[in-house]
Design a protein. Structure first.
Length: 543
């Protein structure tokens, strides 16, 4: 009788123990999980349910507490929060995948060869459109002219966007279609001339003269482009991207594709500046869905350093007759920032030159006045005067930068800026010190999509060839912990999404990435060879 009672008690305890275990969808164990939480803790197991992290900790404890439908042993592989790109052009990447790829072309002749190959594969194209040329990579570093394009393509219009997106090279056919004439002036742009005739290069606002007559993709084209861009991004560990300047119609398209379950990646959409867009969204107000956030406007203060459209406080060291230019007047920039300040929208302003940064930091400061939680951002913050760094802290302004810009530009940046002024360029550590955080993106397709290239550039200050030895301006390298936070939790904070994701913590959405090596300990020269094994978004495997 006593034996039966003991057996019954043991069974009751077993049943009771089983019933007390909580249900979960997935238990991942035997991993090195960098949570990126406030204490930067490292765990070896995580539990997921209904698309969110349920618990993080030791495998033994979580196995005792949770009954998971699936379990995965990662064999010691490294796990990180899903990577963010807080400044990119997601739709732009999709569009570029449809165009002639000119990135890395070592000469103008190579550009022509690539265009001929592209034209051969697209015989019915009405225009030849490409992107990615950079004269700074050529032996002759002056802007190209239209003559070689005319010789190769006399009867079809050609339009080639420079790698930074701030200059356009076109042939005579395109100039005629756009009715670009000598003597035509427009604010915030330049029609480059030689012998008082257009050379074929249009800088910044002047690009619109040709773009207004170019073929425009319809929504079906754009949907296809977005899905193609998604395939690239998730394969590289990105779970949230930011679209730095898109229209309301494009935002609605992204929203519809996400709601249809076709677009899994999350998007922080910055609305392109323009009076209709301002009127539409200021009336509607910010909004957020499970995968889309719309609460910011993208402003442009100036152009790019490579095309000498960045606005500098003193003339370019290699072109003394110019200081670059603003794309909008100071009065217009102030008007717009005042409108945004009166709303709940974030201002995200493209600033490359020290004059543009100086102007916008002061305009922001005039409105913000003191530390705050508006999270207004300076996009790029590329060249900052020594006396302006403190303003980031004084007004709680977030620097949103792209580490690979430093290692792409380092070969010629000092030519543009001179040896003194260049010390305030790509100063990531100095910028991080102001508020204790910084956001790292890529600006793709201006730079490569891979976020680990930025991780390497930020920490080693070296390019893909591990050049230079010791790093470029190494005093502004950041440590690996900061670099990881800048592409996870700090980037989420810059997007007002840190309560939802950016770290691996209970209650947050289960966005994470599994890599084939530990980027926190791997040698510098191995970082760019790191491969993504899996990418998960909302507890669902996306790659």
């Amino acid at each position: 009788m006593r034996y039966s009672f003991l057996l019954f008690s043991a069974l009751l305890a077993l049943i009771s123990g089983c019933s007390s275990r909580k249900k979960a969808d997935l238990l991942i164990s035997n991993a090195r999980i960098y949570t990126a939480d406030s204490s930067f803790s490292i765990a070896d197991a995580v539990v997921i349910k209904d698309g969110s992290f349920l618990a993080v900790g030791s495998a033994q404890t979580l196995r005792e507490e949770y009954d998971a439908d699936s379990t995965v042993d990662l064999g010691g592989q490294a796990v990180y929060p899903g990577f963010y790109d807080p400044h990119a052009h997601f739709l732009g990447l999709g569009q570029m995948l449809d165009q002639a790829d000119l990135v890395g072309a070592a000469s103008y002749d190579e550009v022509i060869d690539r265009l001929k190959q592209f034209a051969g594969k697209h015989p019915s194209a009405l225009w030849i459109i490409g992107r990615g040329w950079d004269q700074n990579d050529w032996a002759d570093k002056s802007f190209p002219t239209k003559e070689k394009l005319d010789a190769a393509f006399p009867n079809i219009p050609v339009a080639l966007t420079r790698v930074d997106g701030h200059a356009l090279l076109v042939n005579s056919k395109a100039l005629r279609l756009a009715r670009v004439m000598p003597g035509l002036k427009l604010p915030g742009g330049e029609i480059v001339l030689a012998n008082n005739q257009p050379t074929g290069v249009l800088v910044d606002n002047a690009m619109q003269l040709v773009r207004r007559v170019m073929p425009r993709p319809d929504n079906a084209d754009k949907a296809r482009m977005l899905l193609a861009a998604q395939r690239v991004c998730v394969s590289l560990g990105l779970t949230t991207v930011s679209d730095a300047g898109i229209s309301p119609d494009e935002i609605n398209l992204i929203d519809s594709l996400q709601k249809a379950g076709k677009l899994k990646i999350r998007d922080y959409a910055m609305v392109s500046l323009g009076e209709p867009n301002l009127n539409y969204f200021l009336k509607r107000g910010p909004f957020q869905t499970d995968r889309l956030t719309v609460r910011s406007f993208k402003l442009y203060a100036d152009g790019a350093l490579g095309s000498r459209g960045a606005c500098l406080r003193k003339p370019y060291s290699d072109r003394r007759e110019t200081t670059g230019f603003l794309l909008l007047s100071p009065a217009e920039l102030e008007r717009v920032t005042r409108l945004l300040y009166a709303s709940n929208f974030q201002a995200n302003t493209h600033c490359i030159g020290d004059s543009a940064n100086h102007l916008m930091l002061d305009l922001y400061g005039k409105l913000l006045k003191k530390p705050n939680d508006r999270r207004w951002r300076i996009e790029h913050a590329q060249v900052v005067s020594p006396e302006d760094f403190w303003k980031f802290k004084q007004y709680s302004i977030i620097p949103s930068v792209q580490p690979t810009h430093a290692t792409s530009d380092m070969y010629w940046a000092a030519d543009r800026l001179g040896p003194v002024r260049v010390k305030g360029a790509y100063a990531f550590k100095d910028l991080q010190r102001q508020n204790g955080l910084i956001a790292f993106g890529s600006d793709f397709p201006v730079e490569a999509v891979n976020p680990l290239f930025g991780f390497h550039a930020a920490t080693a200050r070296q390019d893909a060839k591990n050049y230079p030895t010791g790093g470029y301006q190494p005093e502004n390298a950041v440590d690996r912990r900061s670099a990881l936070l800048a592409m996870t939790r700090w980037a989420a904070y810059a997007n007002f999404e840190d309560h939802l994701r950016g770290s691996i913590a209970p209650g947050k959405q289960a966005d994470f990435v599994i890599l084939d090596r530990d980027i926190m300990t791997a040698p510098n020269e191995q970082l760019r060879q790191t491969k993504v094994r899996q990418t998960w978004i909302g507890g669902e495997r996306a790659f």
